[in-house]
Design a protein around this ligand. Sequence first.
Ligand code: CAA
Length: 240
Amino acid sequence: MGRTALVTGGSRGIGAAISKALKDAGYTVAATYAGNDEAAAKFTDETGIKTYKWNVADYDESTAGIAKVEADLGPIEVVVANAGITRDAPFHKMTPEQWKEVVDTNLTGVFNTLHPVWPGMRERKFGRIIVISSINGQKGQFAQTNYAATKAGDLGIVKSLAQEGARAGITANAICPGYIATDMVMAVPEKVRDSIIAQIPAGRLGEPEEIARCVVFLAADDAGFINGSTISANGGQFFV
Ligand code: CAA
């Protein structure tokens, strides 16, 4: 059996593509989801990948969930912190609730996912941490002060953990997807989405599989010298 990988938000969208690609690469995968039982059951039926339900914004739920995954599947050696939400609104209309929900899920949720697995990785002297940030954490985005702040914060987590984990055989890297054809992007009003696509030199949205292939690359045993990096996969829309 291959190494065990945990993918948060791993039953839909980019996360589902990541879960499947890791399974195809030989990993034993656990995919988490927050609420959509039906989609998760369908995903397990279709892929054979086990799903686990917890809210990444809750530290105790995350800790308990991770303990259950490890009891079922063995120590988690690859973690993909992918779960994320949007609550878009221009700043003058953004409510404190919209701010807090996004911070709790996209930023604190990454802490809650990584903190419980960190001691085991340090002990075993191996770990691969991959955080799914966003192009909008790099460049900002109209109506996304909350989301952009969390995705920029995720890059700070990765760069710090890269330094803390290096001597223990742990790498931490980020991927910044551009606009990918998922429910999240399809929720953007069509007119706005068309104007975004017009700004992408590739002339199209990305596919979830195009992000998943970056994850498989970073998760590999022989990717050990790639640490603290950010892979931008955005069709040429933004260069750092
Ligand atoms: N740049 C400049 N101005 C913009 C703009 C932009 N990108 N988008 C909208 N505006 C303008 C509008 O033209 C409008 O101006 P007027 O009042 O002069 O007509 C104003 O800003 C918007 O005012 P509204 O009252 O219509 O705004 P709203 O409260 O209805 O909110 C919105 C609309 C939430 C901003 C909507 O346009 C939207 O969802 N925009 C997309 C935001 C976005 O890109 N989100 C990314 C989601 S995908 C994702 O996050 C994944 C990832 O990692 C890439």
